[in-house]
Write a protein that binds this ligand. Structure first.
Ligand code: NDP
Length: 316
């Protein structure tokens, strides 16, 4: 078992940025890459909103550049999945693939979040070819086209409005006869002439030759007036919520009701479930951010987490 000063869990923008800062501070970090190398961003087609890439960048290329930058200053990348942690032990203990692999004086958690999908086989088939879970990331590719957004909450309403500014038409597919979103968001959606709300519709499958070209929906499934509806669309956006990847941390770190890690405003510090500061443990990126969920924000919080880890290590 290896004893390290700083162990980082996760290889998205938050984890890699934490690694760049931690390695430049001579913390000789080890980064465990996790199940999705490069993080959520790698499920999108192109990144156009990360500063420094005026012509846009392919997500795998961008994440590879993050990784190489961290390696340049000495971060050790480990491919594997963290299966257990003991963050109350001193030093902290980390199991990789069920084996106790590291002792660490500080830990930066950057495990990200995952968008929820409906679970249709066709969603997988068209991932990156018309299926997206981030309007802010991918909406631009659907300028003057027709898209559908699934969901009836604030995210779905916000994404539908965002897309309505770019697209010819937006369908909002809602499974219930009403929207769950806040009243003001509902009003904006209902008053937007480009948005057509399809209440009581559920998506059955996506169709198209090599990319999304349509969706088959069922109206009022199980009711006497049940019938199928087909819509022609170029893009299909999921907005049915995200779940933070924090299952591993339950019982050790304070999480909010939705499972996001609670961090001290501005300092990425983690807490124990009883509210006491959890010394030497910091969180960054989407696992601790239910609001912004942007790569550039995640990267910024990764930098902060590493700076805080460095400060902490000087005190022990
Ligand atoms: P929510 O959980 O609020 O809403 C999820 C929506 O997706 C619901 O309408 C739900 O339907 C629907 N849904 C879930 N599963 C399925 C499914 N399998 N098939 C079809 N529809 C499904 O998530 P949000 O991401 O919208 O919001 C999360 C939190 O963030 C909320 O507290 C929200 O208020 C907040 N938020 C606030 C914003 C703002 O204030 N500007 C912007 C974005 C989010 P049903 O209603 O039937 O359960």
């Amino acid at each position: 078992m290896q004893h390290v000063k700083c162990l980082i869990i996760g290889s998205g923008p938050a984890g890699y940025t934490a690694a760049i800062y931690a390695s430049r501070a001579n913390l000789q970090p080890v980064l465990i890459e996790g199940p999705q190398l490069g993080g959520q961003l790698t499920t999108t087609t192109e990144v156009e909103n990360f500063p420094g890439y005026p012509d846009g960048v392919e997500p795998f290329q961008m994440m590879d550049e993050f990784k190489r930058q961290a390696e340049r200053f000495g971060t050790v990348m480990v491919s594997g999945i963290v299966t257990k942690v003991d963050l109350n032990a001193s030093p902290k203990q980390i199991w990789v693939e069920d084996e106790l692999a590291y002792k660490a004086d500080s830990v930066i958690i950057a495990t990200g979040a995952s968008a929820k999908y409906l679970g249709l086989p066709s969603e997988q088939k068209y991932k990156g070819a018309g299926v997206s879970a981030c309007a802010t990331c991918d909406g631009f590719f659907y300028r003057n086209k027709t898209v559908a957004v699934v969901g009836g909450g604030d995210t779905a309403c916000e994404e539908a409005q965002y897309l309505a500014n770019l697209c010819k038409k937006v369908y909002l597919i809602v499974r219930k006869p009403f929207l769950r979103a806040s009243v003001i968001m509902q009003q904006r959606v209902m008053n937007n002439p480009k948005i057509e709300v399809l209440f009581e519709h559920n998506t059955v499958t996506l169709t198209g030759e090599g990319k999304v070209q349509g969706a088959d929906l069922v109206y009022r499934k199980g009711e006497i007036d049940e019938h199928m509806v087909h819509i022609d669309i170029d893009g299909f956006f999921l907005a049915i919520g995200h779940h933070p990847n924090t299952q591993l941390l339950r019982d050790q770190v304070a999480l909010n009701e939705e499972g996001y890690i609670v961090v001290k405003n501005g300092a990425q510090q983690c807490y124990r479930p009883d509210g006491q500061v959890l010394d030497g443990v910091f969180a960054a990126g989407d696992c601790a951010d239910p609001v912004y969920r942007q790569a550039v924000v995640a990267a910024g919080s990764g930098a902060k987490a590493a700076i805080e880890a460095d400060k902490y290590l000087k005190t022990i």
